[in-house]
Structures are given as structure tokens and as C-alpha cells.
Design a protein around this ligand. Structure first.
Ligand code: GRG
Length: 298
């Protein structure tokens, strides 16, 4: 049955974006606390920017699976902190070397390289600090499983590993499967973790559907990222456009061409949505979010 009192997707997303901003604001040490420069740079990098797609995925999966809102808050914050750390490190000269992030100077440009390195380290620790809050979950084993999901997603068999493969792939001709394997680690692992953490209270059937949904939507997110990198301008993206082609990196657009890449994004969207079929209106937000991810313009 449709809940006629439920807000439309833009209103729901706006409310959840405001909510995660407050949770992060609370979790991050104030910039009046020593070491002030580090705390100021952490807040600069984690607050006031980004689409908060990972937090939205976490909240939407929590709505499907009846996960308590306090648990979803902590999980969404932890995932956004890991994501913010990855962006700070990714922008550094030793990695992707980008001066612009979320429409403002990247962390190492605004501060300095050493501070940016520490910001990433400290944001990662803070993510696990938030998710390990004593008695966050009534069931301690459930909380340990959640910590394990995040640790695996961020580590060398997840995001950091994907980044290593990405750095190694510059100038190489990757097959589509190799590109997919790399992205499933680099961006897919944390996107999947966001949805799975939100699904903490889910039944086996719900968790397995959320997993299938997140695998497909995570990949669609990356295909769209490659399309935007090729088509959109820097002002719209809030980061340097055309970066991948300039860096001689294989992308879905360079491997498949623009039109086939767009078809692939549509197919992945359809597959993601079909995984939610058994859940009707309870999966509404996840379904809407899939649309938001594949139709985004930045
Ligand atoms: C440094 C260990 C380490 C990993 C970095 C995820 C990642 C790995 C780097 C990000 C580089 C990048 C631009 C990847 C493309 C896809 C992506 C993650 C884009 C940024 O995510 P959005 O669009 O960003 O969700 P906002 O700013 O909206 O949060």
C-alpha cells in the first residue's frame, strides 16, 4: 500500500542530507580543539559538500529493513567519513593530483600535503570510532559484523586495493571485465557496504536483494561518473572534468564509446531495480535512489 503522507524523493533526500550533515558535525572534533589545523582540515573535507549518495543508500536500506535510525546514522556517518578520506588522499599529488573537490580547493591545496595525509588517516579512524560506539546495537555480534563489513570494504581487498589497481592501469588497455573488477573494488565496495550496513536488521532475503541491488547500482554509479567526466564541465562537476582521458586512464567511455556506456548504465539500473521486486513500496527509496544515481548531472 502506498503511504500518501510520505515526502517525495527530493524532500526525503534533502532531509536525510541535512540529517547526515548534523551527525557528521557532531562526530567531528570542533576546530577549536587542538590540533586545530588538523581538526579544521577534517571538517573542511567532510562537511558541507557532496551528494551524500552513500548515506542516502544506507538510510534507504534501513527503511526497507527496519534498522534503527541511530544505527543507520552511525553507519551512514562512518561510510561518508571513509569516502571523504578517500577523496582527500585521491586528490593528493602522489595519486590523482587534483586541485578541485566539491567545488572548492582540495584539502592539500587549502592546507598542505602533510595535513591532507593526516586528515585521511584521522577520518578513517573516526569512521571506525563512530561505528564502534559502545552499545550502538543491542546485539554486539551484529555491531562487530558491521565493523567487519566496513573494514573489508575500505581495505586492500576493497577500496584501497581498487585504487592500487587503478593507479597501475594508467596507459594500459584494460578489457571491460578488468575495468569492472577494478571499479567493484575502488568505488563499488564502499557503496555496497553503505547499503549492507543500512540493511543490518534485514532478513536473509532482504540482505541478499540489497546486495544485488548495490552491486549493480555501484557499477552504474561508476559508468555514469565516466560519462560525466567525458560530457560535463568542471563548474557543474565541482571537480576537474576530462581528468580521466587527460590522465590516459581506461574508462567505460574509452572502452565502449559514449552510447554503449549509456546503454550499460540503463541495463545496470534495470537489474538493480529488479532485485527489489519482492519488496514493493518498502523499497521505494532504494528504487528512487537508483534513478537519482543514474540520472545525476554531477
Ligand atoms: C585513496 C585509498 C584511496 C582510495 C581512493 C574512491 C576513490 C578511491 C577515489 C575517488 C576518486 C574518484 C573521483 C572516483 C570516481 C567515482 C567517485 C568515487 C566519485 C566521487 O564520489 P561522489 O560523486 O562524490 O559520490 P561526492 O562529492 O558527491 O561525495
Amino acid at each position: 500500500m502506498t503511504d500518501n503522507t510520505a515526502p517525495d524523493f527530493p524532500a526525503w533526500a534533502k532531509a536525510k542530507q541535512a540529517r547526515i550533515e548534523e551527525v557528521l558535525d557532531e562526530a567531528l572534533p570542533p576546530d577549536s580543539r587542538e590540533p586545530r589545523k588538523l581538526h579544521s582540515a577534517m571538517r573542511y573535507s567532510a562537511l558541507g559538500g557532496g551528494k551524500r549518495v552513500r548515506a542516502l543508500l544506507c538510510y534507504a536500506a534501513a527503511e526497507l529493513c527496519n534498522t534503527e535510525i541511530e544505527v543507520a546514522d552511525a553507519a551512514a556517518a562512518a561510510v561518508e567519513l571513509i569516502h571523504a578520506y578517500s577523496l582527500v588522499h585521491d586528490d593528493m599529488p602522489c595519486m590523482d593530483d587534483d586541485d578541485l573537490r566539491r567545488g572548492k580547493p582540495s584539502c592539500h591545496k587549502q592546507y598542505d600535503d602533510a595535513t591532507a595525509l593526516l586528515v585521511g588517516d584521522a577520518l578513517q579512524s573516526l569512521a571506525f570510532d563512530v561505528l564502534s560506539t559502545p552499545q550502538l546495537c543491542a546485539n554486539a555480534n551484529q555491531q562487530i559484523s558491521m565493523l567487519n563489513i566496513l573494514a573489508k570494504a575500505a581495505g586492500s581487498t576493497g577500496m584501497a586495493g581498487g585504487q592500487a589497481i587503478d593507479l597501475d592501469s594508467v596507459g594500459k588497455a584494460l578489457a571491460q571485465q578488468e575495468l569492472e573488477d577494478m571499479h567493484q573494488l575502488k568505488t563499488g565496495a564502499v557503496i555496497q557496504a553503505a547499503a549492507l550496513l543500512g540493511a543490518a536488521n534485514g532478513t536473509l532475503e532482504q540482505v541478499s536483494a540489497v546486495h544485488a541491488y548495490a552491486e549493480n547500482i555501484g557499477l552504474a554509479f561508476q559508468v555514469i561518473d565516466d560519462i560525466l567526466d567525458a560530457e560535463a564541465d568542471t563548474a557543474t562537476l565541482g571537480k576537474t572534468a576530462g581528468k580521466d582521458a587527460d590522465s590516459n586512464k581506461p574508462t567505460y567511455v574509452t572502452i565502449l564509446g559514449l552510447e554503449v556506456a549509456k546503454d550499460l548504465a540503463r541495463q545496470l539500473h534495470t537489474t538493480a531495480i529488479s532485485a527489489l521486486a519482492p519488496f514493493g513500496d518498502r523499497a521505494l527509496r532504494l528504487r528512487e535512489l537508483a534513478g537519482f544515481i543514474t540520472q545525476r548531472s554531477f
